[in-house]
Design a protein around this ligand. Structure first.
Ligand code: B12
Ligand code: SF4
Length: 484
C-alpha cells in the first residue's frame, strides 16, 4: 500500500500562549509521532511510505495538493493537535478533493481527548487513540484484506450507514525500547533547527513518556511514566549522528523524573562515546550536582525548565510541587555547571495579582536563565485548569464545541480563551510581551549575550531573535502603558 503521513500546515494555528511573531522562526521540530508510526509500519509489511512535514517545507495548500495528487496515496495519516485542528481539517478536505475514496486517519493528542467529536467530522474516516503504532499497522492490514475494522484496537470508524463504532485500546505489550527508531531520513531532517543552539540540524527524540506530576495546566499530569534503557537511547543517537544530526533534544514530558534512568542514559552516552550535544525538558525540584556533572559529561548543553510563577503561593495553586527556592538553587547549579537554561513562566495564573506578575519578572531576572519565555495562561483541554474554569463558570466547554466543527468555529470567529479571572485578554497580551521585552533588553542581559557570542553564525542567530522579539512585542508594550 502507498501510505502517506502528513504534518499539516500551521497557517491557522490557534496561538495565544506566545506571539506567533516570536515562535514562527524560533525552531522547527519534526513530527516525531508520525515517524514512529511510519517506522513501525515498515516492520509490519511491504509498504511504500512517505512523510510530508508541510510546516518545515513551508508548503502552501496548493503545493501540498500537488504533492498528494502526484503520489496518489492509498491512505493518509494526519497528526492532530487541538491547536492545529483547523489546518488538519483543511488537509483532510484536500485529500478528499483529490481522491474521495482515499481514507483519512487522524491520530495525536487532540483525538485522544476528543475521539467521538473527531470521528464524526466530515472527511475523517478513522481515528486512532494512543499508542498508535500497532493500531495503525493493523488498520492498514485490514484495509488491504477483510476490512474487519472491529479487529483494530483503539480505532474509531464509521460503518456504511455512517454509524460510529469505537474499539477499546488494548494495553500495549511494546515497550519504548521495542519500537524501531524513528527513521529521520523520511523527512528533510537537515532543515530542523532551534534558535537556542548554533548546532544544525537538531533532532528530537523520546527517552521517556508520561509524567507523574500534577500541574493543573498540563494535560500530561499524572500519567504513568515509562523509560527507555540507556543503551537504546545511545544507539538511536549514534544512528542520528551518522546521518549528520548535530544536536539532540529530548522531548520527554520531563527528563529525569527518575534519577536512575537519566543517570543510566548519561552513562551510556559516555560509555558508547556518543559525543553529541543534547538538551531536555526538566524540573527544578529533583536536580542535584551529581546529576548535572554526569549530564554535562555526557553532552548536556541546555535544559528547558518550567518555573511558571514567581511566588510560592501561585506555585501552590498551580500544584507545580516546586518552590521558588528550589528554582534559585537549580538555576545556580546549571550556571555553575555551564548548562544553558530556558526558563518558562506563565502570566495570568489563577489567583495571580499584578504584584505576583512583578514577582515573576523579578525571579526571572534573578535566575539568570540563558533565555526566557513568558506565556499567557491559556487553559488547554483535558487539564485540571480547564475543569476549574468550567466549574467556576469562567467559560463554557468551548474546546468541545470547537472540536465538533473546527472549520465552522473558525469561520464564526473562534479564538482560544485565556484565563481571565484577574486580567483581561488584552492585559495578558500586554503583560507577557512587556516583560519579555523588558527581560531581553536589560543592559545586563544584553552584555551577557554579547560576551557569549561564539561565532559569526551565533551573532546572526541572536540578532535575528532580537529583531523578531522587538517586532513581536512592540505593540503590546505601548498598549500596556495605557492599561496599567
Ligand atoms: C515536541 C512537542 C512540540 C514540538 C514539535 C511538535 C510536532 N510537530 O510534533 C513543537 C515545539 C514544534 C511544538 C509546538 C506546539 N505544541 Co507541542 N508538544 C511537543 C511534546 C512535548 C512532545 C510531542 C512528541 O514528539 N512526542 C513524542 C511522539 C512520539 O509522540 P506523539 O507526538 O504523541 O505521537 C504519538 C501519538 O500521539 C500518536 N500519533 C501522533 N500522530 C499520529 C498520526 C496518526 C495517523 C496516528 C495513527 C497516530 C498518531 O502516535 C504517536 C506515536 O506513539 C508534546 C507533549 C506530549 N506529551 O505529547 C507537546 C504537545 C503535543 N504540544 C502541545 C501544544 C499546545 C503545542 C503548540 C500549540 C504550542 C503553542 N505554540 O502554543 C505548538 C503547535 C505546533 C504545531 N504547529 O504543530 C500540546 C498539545 C495539546 C493538544 N490538546 O493538542 C502538547 C500535548 C503539550 C501539552 N501537554 O499540552 N510541540
Ligand atoms: S507541566 Fe511538566 S511537570 Fe507538570 S505535569 Fe506537565 S509534564 Fe509534568
Amino acid at each position: 500500500m502507498r501510505v502517506l503521513f502528513v504534518n499539516p500546515p500551521a497557517f491557522n494555528e490557534l496561538t495565544t500562549q506566545v506571539g506567533k511573531e516570536i515562535t514562527e522562526n524560533s525552531s522547527f521540530q519534526p513530527p516525531l509521532g508520525l515517524l514512529y508510526i511510519a517506522s513501525y509500519l515498515r516492520t509490519q509489511g511491504d509498504h511504500e511510505i512517505r512523510v510530508i512535514d508541510s510546516q518545515v517545507d513551508r508548503l502552501s495548500y496548493e503545493q501540498l495538493k500537488a504533492a498528494i495528487a502526484d503520489w496518489r496515496p492509498d491512505i493518509v495519516g494526519l497528526t492532530a493537535l487541538t491547536f492545529t485542528m483547523v489546518d488538519v481539517m483543511m488537509t483532510a478536505a484536500l485529500v478528499k478533493k483529490i481522491d474521495p475514496d482515499c481514507p483519512v486517519c487522524l491520530g495525536g493528542p487532540h483525538v485522544d481527548i476528543y475521539t467521538q467529536e473527531t470521528i464524526r467530522l466530515k472527511h475523517v474516516d478513522f481515528v486512532i487513540t494512543k499508542p498508535g503504532e500497532s493500531s495503525f499497522s493493523i488498520l492498514v492490514k485490514q484495509l488491504e484484506g477483510s476490512r474487519r475494522f472491529d479487529q483494530v484496537p483503539g480505532l474509531s470508524y464509521k460503518d456504511e450507514n455512517q454509524d460510529v463504532h469505537s474499539n477499546p485500546q488494548t494495553p500495549t505489550t511494546l515497550t519504548l525500547d521495542d519500537l524501531p527508531f524513528p527513521d529521520r531520513t523520511l523527512l528533510p531532517f537537515q532543515k530542523y533547527y532551534s534558535i537556542m543552539t548554533a548546532n544544525r540540524p537538531v533532532g528530537t527524540m523520546v527517552t521517556a513518556k508520561g509524567c507523574p506530576y500534577m500541574c493543573v495546566f498540563c494535560s500530561e499530569r499524572g500519567s504513568k511514566p515509562t523509560w527507555r534503557s540507556g543503551r537504546s537511547v545511545a544507539a538511536e543517537m549514534l544512528e542520528a549522528k551518522s546521518i549528520g544530526i548535530k544536536e539532540m533534544f529530548f522531548v520527554d514530558d520531563t527528563f529525569y523524573v527518575k534519577k536512575q534512568a537519566s543517570m543510566e542514559i548519561s552513562q551510556a552516552l559516555i560509555d558508547l562515546h556518543v559525543g553529541m550535544p543534547w538538551g531536555a525538558r526538566a524540573r527544578v525540584n529533583n536536580l542535584d550536582q551529581g546529576m548535572l556533572e554526569k549530564f554535562r559529561e555526557s553532552g548536556c548543553q541546555r535544559l528547558h525548565i518550567g518555573v511558571e510563577a514567581g511566588t510560592d503561593r501561585v506555585l501552590k495553586i498551580l500544584q507545580k510541587n516546586i518552590t521558588t527556592d528550589q528554582a534559585r538553587r537549580a538555576f545556580k547549579l546549571c550556571r555553575d555547571n555551564g548548562i544553558n537554561t530556558m526558563a518558562y513562566f506563565i502570566i495570568g495564573n489563577p489567583g495571580e495579582t499584578l504584584e505576583d506578575v512583578q514577582a515573576t519578572f523579578r525571579l526571572a531576572c534573578e535566575l539568570e536563565p540563558t533565555t526566557v519565555q513568558f506565556s499567557r495562561m491559556t487553559p488547554m483541554p483535558a487539564t485540571e485548569l480547564y475543569e476549574m474554569g468550567l466549574r467556576s463558570g469562567l467559560f463554557p466547554d468551548y474546546w468541545r464545541e470547537f472540536s465538533r466543527d473546527p472549520l465552522g468555529s473558525i469561520e464564526r470567529g473562534f479564538r482560544p480563551k485565556m484565563w481571565t479571572e484577574n486580567f483581561s485578554e488584552e492585559e495578558l497580551f500586554a503583560l507577557a510581551d512587556h516583560h519579555t521585552r523588558k527581560f531581553y533588553f536589560r543592559p545586563k542581559y544584553m552584555a551577557r549575550s554579547v560576551v557569549a557570542v561564539r561565532s559569526f553564525h551565533d551573532l546572526k542567530r541572536k540578532t535575528r531573535a532580537a529583531v523578531d522579539l522587538f517586532h513581536g512585542t512592540r505593540q503590546s508594550t505601548t498598549r500596556l502603558q495605557k492599561l496599567i
